[in-house]
Design a binder for this molecule. Structure first.
Ligand code: GDP
Ligand code: MG
Length: 165
């Protein structure tokens, strides 16, 4: 079973950095726009389940993430940046688009990234929690820089997918 996951959210929230941190266990500072697709396995049944994760680079403007991407996705990691109110405010628009184009049973997880930047925090953790509860999706704060919750977030999604498959 090939389970596709895509990373979505405004430009600059840390999608690529989060994927690099998960894949390589390190933080490479600075913006870069490589489109990365990685495959990984989780748990004790590595052969029958391959998780493929796609970054969305340069497609962050609304309505420009290819609709086929949504349609084929089994899971979506939806990111905002805890230091950026606009990236948080745009989550509702992202969810509207997701609900319009993605499969109705798509697994969604909301992530508040850049949790290491607490001195510049613009969105409190409980605001993220409240929004996630409103849409009935799980929520975590992550840091692509320190790696906090990165592995946990990806494996939580993978486990949920495996559970449903
Ligand atoms: P993308 O456009 O969503 O793919 O965002 P990038 O991964 O390119 O990251 C945008 C900028 O934020 C870059 O300068 C990253 O180094 C920085 N960044 C990404 N994640 C984090 C994080 O968790 N903590 C901090 N401090 N910086 C981050
Ligand atoms: Mg990127």
């Amino acid at each position: 079973v090939l389970l596709q996951t895509i990373l979505v959210g405004d430009s600059g929230v840390g999608k690529t950095s989060l994927l690099v941190q998960f894949d390589q266990g390190k933080f490479i500072p600075g913006s870069f726009s490589a489109t990365v697709g990685i495959g990984f396995t989780v748990g004790t049944v590595p052969i029958s389940f391959l998780f493929q994760i796609w970054d969305t680079a340069g497609q962050e403007r609304f309505r420009s993430v290819t609709h086929a991407y949504y349609r084929d996705a089994h899971a979506l990691l939806l990111l905002y940046d805890i230091t950026s109110k606009s990236s948080f405010d745009n989550i509702r628009a992202w969810l509207t688009e997701i609900h319009e184009y993605a499969q109705s049973d798509v697994v969604i997880m909301l992530l508040g990234n850049k949790a290491d930047m607490s001195s510049e925090r613009a969105i409190r953790r409980d605001e993220g929690e409240r929004l996630a509860r409103e849409y009935s999706v799980p929520f975590m704060e992550t840091s692509a820089k320190t790696g906090v919750n990165v592995e946990l977030a990806f494996t939580a999604v993978a486990k949920e997918l495996k559970h449903r498959a």
